[in-house]
Write a protein that binds this ligand. Structure first.
Ligand code: OVM
Length: 406
């Protein structure tokens, strides 16, 4: 069998468009909406000539593939590389990159550590930190929504909530960049992220050890609840590693993208200011519209069929969540940021057994910050051009010049 970008090179299925586009290119990142519309128009699935794999971007099929963990597995990796055929760059995640029944067992430890009742206890802490940060930023004339806000808030509150003793912002952000860029082909973005990597990896692995976890945080919970599984000495450490992998870049991007939505749609920000019960929905709507995790792959474990398209065993399918979340079949005026829209059903946090296990924590952080913004800031105005940051799996900004007016 010929390996191609780390997976089986599949043949073009019947009744399907073969397309030359590179979904991992900078052009697509800079104008994702044009890509999403074109992807959906070409059919339920397209064949990517450049990668000899499939992609889907309609709501129906993206949801169908994501919901079916038996046919479309995660254990062969959720990036372009097939772990059955090629060795991954790090030991596979015990939650992201496994299937039931192992996944079910491992995920339960995280669900417990991140339960709504544990997160509720963090709400005041998040809100106080948010208030403090926004007050600080209101002293400045112009800020960078990414460097001064989106990257600061999660890297301040998350290590404390999780109970990480000595970890710096650069290590957390550097590791996130590796984890998400690793999901794509070995292009310049992946190479760049990996080049900065070795010292980051060492620090991250060290940070996951029990001796470096404080007695209070969520990570300690993981050590406690896995304690009877002492025969697997890496279990807890690897689950803590998942928190570090999935907990920072995602919320940094989500916050940056939310600020972008507010800056571009001042009337929507005003609506939330006038009715603060809209805060939660404003956050969901920014997740829907900007889908910080752009796409994850699945791999078909069997020869099968979806919406009349034959799918070979071993097919990598790029499931473009951002496109499903802007499918006009599902959403009216899909590219409009509308804080009053019914956002239920968006796929930004996935669906099925692998749906985001940290979503309660992520929402608690982001809504605390949003509440602080709508309480304290009169307007959020653009002060320059927003620059997007190339990444193989995330849609996030590099910089966002804005003015926060008191
Ligand atoms: C992990 C993990 C979980 C979710 C997302 C993610 C790709 C990583 O368990 O390592 O980012």
């Amino acid at each position: 069998m010929s390996l191609f970008h780390g997976h089986k090179a599949i043949k073009v299925p019947q009744n399907i468009t073969a397309w030359d586009i590179d979904p991992y290119s900078k052009e697509v990142l800079l104008d994702p909406e044009t890509f999403f519309s074109a992807l959906r128009e070409r059919g339920p699935f397209v064949y990517l000539n450049k990668y000899k794999m499939l992609a889907c971007g309609r709501y129906k099929e993206t949801k169908a593939v994501f919901s079916d963990h038996q046919r479309f597995v995660s254990s062969r990796g959720v990036g372009i590389q097939d772990f059955k055929l090629e060795k991954p760059w790090r030991p596979p995640s015990l939650v992201l990159e496994v299937d039931p029944p192992k996944h079910t067992r491992n995920r339960r430890f995280l669900t417990k550590a991140l339960s709504p009742n544990k997160i509720a206890q963090l709400k005041d802490f998040f809100k106080n930190c948010a208030d403090e940060l926004i007050n600080e930023l209101l002293q400045k004339k112009e800020i960078d929504g990414i460097l001064d806000l989106a990257e600061i808030f999660p890297t301040r509150v998350f290590p404390e909530a999780v109970g990480l003793k000595k970890i710096d912002k650069e290590t957390l952000l550097g590791y996130g960049a590796m984890v998400f860029n690793a999901l794509g082909p070995d292009n310049e973005f992946r190479k760049d992220a990996m080049a900065k990597g070795l010292s980051v990896l060492e620090k991250i692995n060290k940070q996951c050890l029990e001796e470096n976890i404080s007695a209070k945080g969520l990570a300690k919970e993981i050590y406690r609840s896995t304690a009877e599984h002492f025969e697997e000495d890496e279990l807890a450490g690897m689950l803590v590693r998942s928190l570090l992998s999935a907990g920072i870049d995602t919320t940094v991007s989500a916050i940056g993208n939310l600020l972008w939505c507010f800056a571009k749609n001042p009337e929507q920000f005003q609506l939330v200011k006038d009715d603060k019960s809209l805060v939660g929905n404003a956050v969901e709507e920014s997740l829907r519209l900007t889908s910080p995790v752009k796409a994850f792959c699945r791999t078909s474990a069997v020869e099968t069929e979806v919406s009349g398209i034959a799918i070979e065993e071993g097919t990598k399918i790029l499931c473009v969540l951002g496109s499903a979340n802007t499918d006009p079949e599902m959403w009216d005026n899909p590219y409009k940021y509308d804080v009053t829209r019914r956002t239920i059903g968006h796929l930004a946090l996935g669906i099925g057994v692998h749906n985001c296990v940290g979503q309660t924590l992520a929402r608690a952080e982001i809504t605390a910050l949003t509440m602080s913004l709508v309480e304290r800031v009169k307007t959020i105005r653009p002060a320059g051009i927003a620059a997007w940051k190339p990444n193989n799996a995330m849609r996030s900004l590099e910089s966002l010049p804005i003015i926060l007016e008191k």
